[in-house]
Design a protein. Structure first.
Length: 402
């Protein structure tokens, strides 16, 4: 799922079966890959934020690093007794390689092979002077043409690739939520730092004053009280407060620096400007993501020309499926999850593009949703009362004992 970037996460899916031709597996085991990853690839999260820190993987050439990560994936996928029923990869973002290369490492680890079209040999370039094929000097050869996109993939797994294509409005809302959460976290961190600094200052002041004699402390308190009374008596705000119930605005030293409160029209304009900025930022984020991260993935997979899952590609059957799911703000979160998994209903029956799990069979479409409500047992009607007397209670003092 390249449209929802996150750290690579492999999660066991315990309810679907792998294809029959994947049951045997190569029985792969690499005893050295764990030490290689720990010593030469993985990084220390505590040192990552320090200036000048470089990842250990930077010492590798891209091809060598790709081979190491492919070995790591192969060790995970083909470990005996592990991931027998499939697995889910949530996101392709990585600190080591681009998303398209990470996906190719995963496909190579799963023994997936592309079906490439037959490309004819390029015709030689004719030299206009000699009318013969052009002869190039060493280092001047033209670059080879890029490889054509595959017509399909085959291998022991069925691979489902789902791309979430959010609308600009939906992305703007998510960016706004992230911004507010970051501001709240920064404010909480600043408040915690201020409280810690105040506590440290109070502790230091208490320790410095702890050696004073009681007599000096009493004198200091008396002087502080006298000075405070004098300051209160000289403060014109106190006189103004006693006269009209509010401090004097002309004599307050900070009154001239207080900004006026914004009007309702100004608040509305600020909110509209913030929405326009969020939409523009969301548009930039989506455009950058499609050009930088998504385009290489589509080219590597051949997503534009992939046949349906199971369709013939040469002598093999296509085993890679690519889907695009449109998500906007009007779609509830639960229905968005069902759309990503390809779950829908036909005449009340659950269907799924991805392999179904037992929990999917418990889903009920809205049109068939019925709620059972317990009602009390109805009582028989009572006969009306026709003979009755009305007693009036008079408020009299209680009787006294004689």
């Amino acid at each position: 799922n390249p449209s929802m970037p996150s750290e690579l996460l492999l999660a066991r899916q315990s309810t679907t079966s792998m294809p029959a031709n994947a049951a045997a597996g190569p029985g792969y085991f690499d005893p050295k890959i764990s030490n290689l990853l720990y010593d030469r690839v993985l990084y220390d999260p505590d040192l990552e934020s320090k200036p000048g820190y470089t990842y250990p993987s930077a010492a590798f050439a891209p091809d060598e690093l790709k081979q190491l990560i492919t070995r790591a994936y192969r060790q995970i996928v083909w470990s005996p007794g592990f991931y027998k029923k499939g697995f889910v990869v949530d996101g392709l973002r990585s600190k080591f390689l681009p998303p398209a290369v990470m996906l190719r490492c995963l496909l190579d680890a799963m023994e997936m092979k592309p079906v490439l079209p037959v490309v004819p040999e390029p015709e030689p370039v004719i030299d206009p002077k000699t009318k013969k094929p052009m002869v190039y000097k060493k280092g001047e050869e033209p670059p080879p043409p890029p490889p054509p996109p595959p017509m399909g993939w085959y291998g022991p797994f069925n691979v489902f690739v789902s791309e979430i294509d959010p609308s600009v409005e939906f992305m703007a809302e998510r960016l706004e939520v992230i911004r507010k959460a970051k501001e709240a976290a920064d404010a909480a961190a600043a408040a915690a730092a201020a409280a810690a600094a105040a506590a440290a200052a109070a502790a230091a002041a208490a320790m410095s004053e702890g050696g004073r004699e009681g007599e000096d402390m009493a004198n200091d308190n008396a002087n502080a009280k006298e000075g405070g009374d004098a300051n209160i008596a000289a403060d014109p705000n106190v006189l103004s407060l006693a006269a009209n119930g509010r401090p004097s605005s002309s004599s307050s030293p900070t009154s001239s620096f207080l900004p006026p409160l914004p009007t309702a029209e100004e608040l509305k304009q600020q909110e509209e400007e913030r929405k326009r900025e969020s939409l523009a930022k969301a548009q930039r984020v989506l455009s950058t993501h499609k050009d930088v991260a998504l385009a290489p993935i589509l080219l590597m997979l051949g997503a534009d020309a992939l046949p349906p899952l199971g369709a013939g590609v040469g002598i093999e059957s296509n085993a890679v499926d690519y889907r695009v799911i449109q998500i906007d703000s009007s779609l509830p979160l639960q229905k968005a999850h069902l759309a990503v998994c390809g779950v829908d209903f036909k005449i009340g029956q659950v269907r799924g593009h991805l392999p179904l799990v037992p929990a999917d069979l418990d889903l009920v479409p809205d049109a068939y949703l019925v709620q059972s409500v317990r009602k009390p047992r109805p009582r028989p009607p009572l006969a009306p009362i026709t003979k009755f007397k009305i007693f009036t209670v008079v408020d009299l003092p209680p009787p006294t004992r004689e």
